[in-house]
Ligand binder design. Sequence first.
Ligand SMILES: Nc1ncnc2c1ncn2[C@@H]1O[C@H](COP(=O)(O)OP(=O)(O)OP(=O)(O)O)[C@@H](O)[C@H]1O
Ligand SMILES: [Mg+2]
Length: 280
Amino acid sequence: MREGEGEGEGEGEGEGQVSGVGEERKIAVLKARGVTVGFGETLILENLDLDVYRSEILGFVGGSGTGKSVLMRTILGLVEKRAGKIEVFGDDLDTATADERAAIERRWGVLFQQGALFSSLNVRQNIQVPMREHMNMSQRLMDEMALLKLEMVGLPRDSAEKAPSELSGGMIKRASLARALALDPDLVFLDEPTSGLDPIGAAAFDDLIERLRDALGLTVYMVTHDLDSLHSICDRIAVLGERRVLVTGTFDEMMQVDQPWVKSYFRGERALRRVEQDEV
Ligand SMILES: Nc1ncnc2c1ncn2[C@@H]1O[C@H](COP(=O)(O)OP(=O)(O)OP(=O)(O)O)[C@@H](O)[C@H]1O
Ligand SMILES: [Mg+2]
């Protein structure tokens, strides 16, 4: 299941690309080809290919410092690439006009790994940042929307007026997710959304992501180290290594891969303990 093999090579059909001819026609809402990114002399990503299909939860894994956040930031246009092409919703991000670009940005939401919330704004104001940036809405409507999003992620109404410093780690993750969902996006990028949460909090967060995907048809691009998340909610996993996407497939398919990092990650001691727990 190497990236690009047998999938994602179909003809463009309207939005994104359709692959496969069977019953299951997958539409790639995100398509990266030949992406190369470096800082100074150091190449972080080289000739990387990746597809993300509509309404899937894609788990993106790789060792620390391999470039997972850099790739996410490159897709978002916050880091410049040296080569390659990135299409989102069928539009090439390099050739999109400013209006097209703004339309694409309205359709995605982001939860960053670092500095998830603006510390100088309360939760309500944080959730309203994308609304202010992209929509022309009255304050009253934005306030109603912010409360709706809080409810969606399971936070109490009174958290709206709290400062990020008054929230627990799990509440910050949820508030950040509420902000990522502010514009009812079709695609969300989540960078380590469950890191720092206790296992129960992480499982609750996973359930929430899965419910939102099922209810809204969201496509979820989730960078994670969490084997439980990878196993329980990810439809597909992409592994970053050697500066590119080494392999993609389901969790079960990952268990068959012989590449050393993939093997030690998915069949290492921690992973096997998890599988044993499952079997009890
Ligand atoms: N703006 C930058 N300038 C220079 N180097 C950078 C910059 N941003 C990231 N890097 C480097 O790129 C590499 C990849 O960083 P990145 O944050 O993408 O790792 P990661 O895979 O997300 O790791 P982690 O799992 O720890 O979050 C690291 O060596 C990092 O130091
Ligand atoms: Mg990172």
